[in-house]
Ligand binder design. Structure first.
Ligand SMILES: Nc1nc2c(ncn2[C@@H]2O[C@H](COP(=O)(O)OP(=O)(O)OP(=O)(O)O)[C@@H](O)[C@H]2O)c(=O)[nH]1
Ligand SMILES: [Mg+2]
Length: 360
């Protein structure tokens, strides 16, 4: 409150002056009568005036009138609104940058054969993160995820074992067995004692084909007619560190043949029996799925991929490996025995994919 004194001949007139000047919201503080030098009696009153009224009256409209709470609130809301719309704009810009990077990279991997569902699952968790904003980062992230998802079955001959090779016709079972026989018997640090068993009495020339390799490598070879013959061969297997078993190629839809093969797989053997599916990289995705699913009931330990040299596009194969999480053991990269064989490695697959992506 501001105090001001008004003078008049009587208190009422002094108060009226104050009210005329400042309005009715003033308060009377004191009133007194004084005799002035001219000998006249005058009345002085002191009034208290609210600060805002005093300033408005003395400084006119320039005076910043104290804002009501409502006005202040409205102003605050308006500021917040404009800040929000700014944030929204920036966010939308970010999302659209994100969207372009994501859809570009997704399209790139999809062109290479990787399934959209797998990509979505991985990428969804990245939306809004810096990884999704930069193409290079996102590509490397996806390659790392692929690397994590791929499985390798380590080569391990520390325990004597029997390895059976199954798969559709002409996938490269016999050729791969010949390459592995040479590798185990002659090409590793330790020479292993290798024996070959042939269960393929179905295809004309099958026995001769495997025997031909066995003779060149001077490795024992036994042809077996039935489950009992197989069991007997296994009973005599002490002489070998590893026995490689060739089987007749089967259509994945030939249930009878598959069931017949299960009898061999179930043979009681003192040695560990592993079953390896031999699958060419050239097969289309739907067929890969059917082959893997139908052969699965032979309890597969790994997949051996053949005919890498016959395709440049490994996306389908990679995608299959990602979705099914199948352990890979060997890659066959050509017809030459024993040279065209590699121990399966993720790097080999990824290098080929990266080459593809760089080119894309
Ligand atoms: N290009 C290429 N050809 C291969 C590869 N592996 C095997 N082959 C060829 O594929 C053909 C079939 O090979 P096999 O080893 O007889 O196949 P299989 O699975 O034993 O065939 P079946 O016993 O009839 O079921 C042969 O001509 C092989 O030389 C490979 O990695 N690349
Ligand atoms: Mg064969």
């Amino acid at each position: 409150m501001i105090h001001e004194t008004f003078v008049a001949s009587d208190p009422k007139s002094a108060y009226t002056q104050a009210v005329e000047k400042y309005g009715g919201k003033i308060e009377l503080v004191s009133a007194k009568q004084l005799k002035y030098d001219d000998g006249k009696l005058r009345c002085e009153i002191k009034v208290a005036i609210p600060k805002a009224i005093y300033l408005r009256k003395t400084l006119g409209d320039e005076v910043p009138v104290a804002k009501s709470e409502e006005t202040l609130l409205m102003e605050e809301i308006a500021t917040l609104k404009s800040q929000l719309s700014l944030m929204k704009e920036t966010l939308q810009k970010d999302i659209s940058v994100n969207d372009t990077v994501i859809s570009e990279v997704k399209a790139l991997f999809m062109r290479k054969g990787i399934a959209e569902a797998w990509l979505d699952e991985v990428i969804n968790g990245l939306v809004g993160t810096p990884i999704a904003e930069e193409r290079k980062l996102l590509v490397s992230y996806l390659l790392e995820e692929i690397d994590d998802a791929l499985k390798e079955k380590a080569e391990d001959l520390s325990v004597p074992k029997v390895m059976m090779f199954v798969g559709p016709t002409g996938t490269g079972k016999t050729t791969t067995i010949a390459k592995l026989a040479a590798r185990y018997a002659y090409l590793m640090d330790t020479p292993y004692r290798v024996g070959l068993i042939n269960l393929d009495s179905y295809k004309v020339g099958a026995i001769e084909q495997l025997k031909h390799y066995a003779d060149i490598m001077q490795i024992d070879h036994i042809a077996v007619e039935n489950v009992n013959g197989f069991k007997e061969a296994l009973e005599r297997s002490d002489a070998y560190d590893v026995m490689l078993v060739d089987t007749a190629g089967m259509s994945p839809y030939d249930t009878q043949k598959l069931i017949h093969t299960v009898e061999y797989v179930d043979s009681d053997t003192l040695k560990e029996l592993e079953v390896h599916l031999v699958l060419p990289a050239t097969v289309k995705y739907e067929d890969m799925e059917d082959i893997y699913t139908n052969f699965s009931f032979l309890n597969l330990d790994s997949v051996i991929i053949t005919k890498f040299d016959e395709t440049k596009h490994l996306g389908t194969l990679l995608n299959f490996m990602l979705v099914y999480g199948v352990p890979m053991s060997y890659f066959s990269i050509g017809q030459e025995v024993p040279d065209d064989l590699r121990v399966a490695s993720k790097e080999y697959l990824l290098e080929r994919l990266i080459g593809d992506i760089d080119a894309g």
